[in-house]
Unconditional design. Structure first.
Lengths: 365, 102
């Protein structure tokens, strides 16, 4: 039986209205920013230090942390991350952060405060007044901190876009999503800035579902398992308040940003979890979960790929065929549904229960 | 470009990658052109044609297969197929080669 629109005899309908051109939006055009790639670069000379206020750090012993399933050695305090006892016999850390000089800075966009270039196994991200971060082969992160940069700002950058690049280079599939563990499997919430990813994770965490990741979600290179990020949720004060935390008791994620860091002592998953379902967050009249046509699922997954923030340059530098097949596989095996909820997410304490019920019912179907 | 006839051989271009993104392999095919980054969605009939031309396949063979699968008017079907093939070739998704001499 043919779909109605394709059946013959219904005069004007052309059978081969095949190229629906729904996807005519060029992937390369789906970029957040237009990065500028420059010619010629060298790995920063680690004996140089352009950040005098961090020089003392270099002399001290670096700490070893654990996040995204990786050991991370860094000359900075990361209260967000779980720390590891340095084990000399365990060999080198997966990721090593050092302060240094990055020779080739990306150009900032005229109207923006970010810059980016990528070449081979190196990618460089810059955030105005914070620093320039050179990420090499998923292993080395060279930080050239701006003289006025605060540690909070540097940490925020390293734990977000910079580690995002390192994970990408290591072959992880990164998505702009939060995730919690429900019945032993990961359930993820996709969305842009301000769509309520962290709030959704916090709401479910308060109902007993451990958090897996917030904002940056990474899937293992060869499987659809989500690696646990680190035990922190970034919440706006109203969200923190609604969940029973006073803003004063939670540190700001950055001096200039009112978002608060909710660091989780418990209720956090430490092992990779198979991804069971992806939800695209949306706001509507009621709480409802609806299916999304497969081709649109693919499109949404590409849109909410964490790397899209770096613009077309990163996408073009990838093994595009492999990336496409990876995302398609996620679309067909895990799938994406739209989770709609009322705008008054925080005013209504019953809503958490309603959303939980809707998700549990949906997972059964 | 070679003239498009019923003897022409059609084959998917090496500059693209495609996948069925539906949960039940029901033919929701998405094609990405690797050079220009444009992606396309195929409907069910398009997906059937796409499946046929993953190996070089003549226009006639595609037409025959479609006429078996779908209750369609042969003349209309041929005209639609040729228009589609021309469009896809123009977008670099398929290659058209001269078929064997009849």
């Amino acid at each position: 039986m043919l779909p109605a629109a394709l059946r013959y005899g219904e005069a004007a309908v052309v059978l081969f209205d095949v190229l629906l051109l729904v996807g005519m939006a060029a992937l390369f055009g789906a970029a957040v920013q237009k990065p500028v790639a420059l010619g010629g670069w060298t790995i920063a000379d680690k004996t140089l230090c352009a950040s005098p206020q961090f020089e003392k750090r270099r002399a001290g012993r670096a700490h070893v942390y654990y996040g995204f399933g990786l050991t991370i050695k860094a000359p900075l305090d990361f209260p967000e991350l779980r720390s590891e006892q340095p084990d000399e016999s365990a060999g080198p850390c997966d990721v090593e952060v050092t302060f240094g000089t990055v020779e080739e800075h990306p150009q900032y966009l005229e109207d923006g405060d970010r810059g980016f270039w990528v070449r081979g196994e190196q990618a460089c991200y810059a955030l105005r007044d914070v620093g320039v971060f050179l990420v090499s082969a998923g292993r080395f992160i060279c930080v050239e901190a701006h003289e006025n940069a605060t540690e909070e700002a540097l940490r925020l950058c390293i734990l977000g876009p910079v580690l995002g690049l390192a994970l990408q280079q290591r072959g992880f599939l990164t998505l702009h999503a939060s995730a919690v563990s429900i019945q032993g499997a990961a359930v993820a919430f996709l969305g842009g800035h301000g769509w309520g990813k962290s709030t959704m994770a916090a709401l479910l965490q308060a109902r007993g579902y451990p958090v897996i990741s917030d904002d940056l979600m990474a899937l293992e290179p060869d499987s659809n398992r989500v690696v646990p990020s680190f035990p922190q949720l970034k919440l706006w004060p109203d969200a923190a308040g609604a969940l029973g935390h006073t803003s004063q008791e939670l540190p700001r994620v950055h001096p200039d940003v009112d978002k608060r860091a909710l660091r989780l002592i418990e209720g956090f998953v430490c092992e990779p979890s198979p991804l069971r379902r992806l939800y695209l967050l949306a706001v509507g009249e009621t709480t409802a979960i609806e299916t999304i046509p497969p081709a649109q699922v693919f499109e949404e997954l590409m849109r909410h790929w964490y790397g899209s923030r770096f613009g077309p340059a990163l996408l073009k530098s990838l093994d595009l065929r492999g990336h496409f097949l990876r995302v398609s596989n996620l679309a067909s095996t895990v799938g994406l549904r739209r989770l709609q909820r009322p705008a008054t997410l925080l005013d209504d304490l019953v809503l958490g229960e309603t959303i939980e019920k809707a998700i549990l019912e949906d997972l059964e179907s | 470009m070679t003239n498009l006839t019923k003897a022409s051989l059609l084959v998917a271009s090496p500059d693209q990658v495609s996948a069925d993104v539906s949960p039940d392999a029901s033919g929701d095919v998405v094609i990405l052109h690797l050079k220009d980054g444009i992606y396309y969605e195929l409907n069910e009939v398009g997906a059937r044609i796409w499946e046929l031309i993953q190996q070089p396949c003549s226009v006639q063979a595609v037409l025959d297969a479609l006429l078996i699968d779908y209750d369609a008017d042969a003349e209309q079907c041929e005209a639609d197929l040729l228009a589609l093939v021309d469009d896809m070739a123009g977008r670099g998704l398929i290659e058209i080669k001269d078929g064997p001499i009849p």
